[in-house]
Structures are given as structure tokens and as C-alpha cells.
Write a protein that binds this ligand. Structure first.
Ligand SMILES: CC(C)(COP(=O)(O)OP(=O)(O)OC[C@H]1O[C@@H](n2cnc3c(N)ncnc32)[C@H](O)[C@@H]1OP(=O)(O)O)[C@@H](O)C(=O)NCCC(=O)NCCS
Length: 221
């Protein structure tokens, strides 16, 4: 019996995009397909795309000696809550990386990352836990990225940018480079809307949209 059970936590769009990447990487290491399952606390179906779907409790109850999970849920806040649940259960994380990801020099990425196809991380980069870099996104040189940060497809993070925990960078957004010693900062929990062109710091918790990006004005505010 293979003694490790691997779980992709989340069987919605994000998880279904991550599963094939995990399956091909694990198959190359000799892991049997049935040792890779979805975890979903409200399963809509017992099997999704050929993989069994287990609740977290059912996953925990499986007999394999070691269990590892990749959190495939877009919300960084939800990922943090689930990471705490994994820690409490003594379950570790694994990362998933597409075969064509390019990683250059001196790049450190924390546990549980998801690096989708065509992602590039260039040089001298630090990234925290449970980072998601969706299709075609990139991180340029000298960036520092916190924990539970999410990049939508084709998000462009240029050099000398610091992105704090839980920030969400929408699809196609472009963030202007900072300078050595004076990075451009995306604050904790900030959201950059899809297609935004960010030219200056974004304060914590603020949503910006447009070109140049400005705080989203909601009707009635
Ligand atoms: C910015 C964002 C977070 C706002 O979401 P929201 O709070 O649900 O906002 P709404 O959809 O209610 O839109 C509010 C207003 O902002 C506008 N708006 C929303 N997103 C915008 C964007 N990216 N750029 C410009 N305007 C935008 C809407 O047109 C709307 O304008 P109105 O009030 O004049 O009608 C969201 O639209 C977004 O861009 N999310 C990222 C999506 C993404 O990248 N997904 C990747 C999936 S893998």
C-alpha cells in the first residue's frame, strides 16, 4: 500500500484546475492515482473528474500513515483558516507546480504554493505560505510577498514590490515596479481589480480598479 494520501482541498474551479497538475507530478513520482483525492466539506458528488471526493473528516480517517494537503481555494482568508485546521490535525502541506513554470535565481517560496502553467518567478524573491500564482502570472526581481497571497491569471508583479499577507491581485492587473530601498507596497488584505494598472502604494484592505488604479467607489458611498 502507498503510505501517503494526497488531498486537493476544494473541488470547485480552482481545485479542478490544480488537480491535473498534481496528478501528473505525483504520477511521475510513482504515486498511484487513487492516492490523490479532493477534499470538500460539502461534496456535490462522490467523484469529480475521476478523483474521489472526501470530507475533511473522512480524509483524516483514512488509514494511510502520512497525509498531505494542497489548499486550492482562491480566498486567502479561507486558506489561512484551513491551514490552521491542518496544523491542528498534524497534517502537512504539499505544493503543486506546473512543469513549465520558470524559476530563476535565489527564489524562496513557502509551503503549499500553487504555481500554475506559464508562471515565471525571476530572481531574488521571497514568497510566504500558501501562495497562488494563476496561469501566466509573474513575479519579477526583488519582490517580497507575504502569506496567503493570490494572483489571478496574468497578474503582473514587476520588480521591487512588496505584497503583504492576504492581498489579492486580479486577472491581468499590472503593478508598477518600486525602487531598491523604496518598494511599491500592496497592503495587507488589499484587492487589485482585474485589469488595474497600479502606479502607487495600495493601503491595507483597500480595493483599487482602473488605469491608473484608484480606490473602488461604491454607489451610495
Ligand atoms: C474589483 C472587484 C474585486 C470588485 O468586485 P465587487 O466588489 O464584487 O464589485 P462589483 O462587481 O459589485 O462592481 C462594483 C463596481 O465596480 C466596477 N468594477 C468592478 N470590477 C472592476 C474592475 N476590475 N475595473 C473597473 N471597474 C470595476 C463595476 O463595474 C461596478 O461599477 P458600477 O457600480 O458603476 O456598476 C472585482 O470586480 C475584480 O476585479 N475581481 C478580480 C476578478 C479576477 O481577477 N478573477 C480571477 C479568477 S481566477
Amino acid at each position: 500500500m502507498n503510505d501517503t494520501l494526497y488531498g486537493i482541498y476544494g473541488a470547485s474551479g480552482c481545485g479542478r484546475g490544480v488537480m491535473p497538475l498534481a496528478a501528473s507530478r505525483l504520477a511521475a513520482r510513482g504515486v498511484a492515482p487513487e492516492q490523490l483525492v479532493f477534499i470538500d466539506d460539502v461534496p456535490a458528488s462522490p467523484v469529480v473528474n475521476g478523483h474521489q471526493v472526501l470530507t475533511f473528516d473522512a480524509f483524516r480517517a483514512r488509514p494511510e500513515r502520512e497525509k498531505l494537503v494542497c489548499l486550492a481555494i482562491a480566498s486567502g482568508t479561507v486558506r489561512q483558516a484551513l491551514a490552521a485546521k491542518l496544523d491542528a490535525a498534524g497534517i502537512g502541506s504539499f505544493s503543486v507546480q506546473a512543469e513549465n513554470v520558470v524559476i530563476m535565481d535565489d527564489v524562496i517560496v513557502g509551503e503549499g504554493a500553487i504555481l500554475s502553467p506559464f508562471v515565471t518567478l525571476t530572481s531574488n524573491i521571497r514568497i510566504g505560505r500558501h501562495f497562488h500564482a494563476n496561469l501566466y502570472s509573474y513575479v519579477e526581481h526583488d519582490c517580497v510577498i507575504g502569506d496567503f497571497v493570490t494572483f489571478g491569471p496574468a497578474a503582473k508583479c514587476n520588480g521591487n514590490i512588496h505584497i503583504h499577507d492576504h492581498a489579492y491581485i486580479g486577472s491581468g492587473a499590472v503593478i508598477k515596479q518600486g525602487r531598491p530601498g523604496a518598494p511599491l507596497i500592496i497592503g495587507r488584505g488589499a484587492t487589485v481589480g482585474m485589469g488595474a494598472v497600479v502606479t502607487r502604494d495600495v493601503p491595507p484592505g483597500v480595493t483599487v480598479v482602473g488605469n491608473p488604479a484608484r480606490p473602488l467607489q461604491r454607489k451610495g458611498n
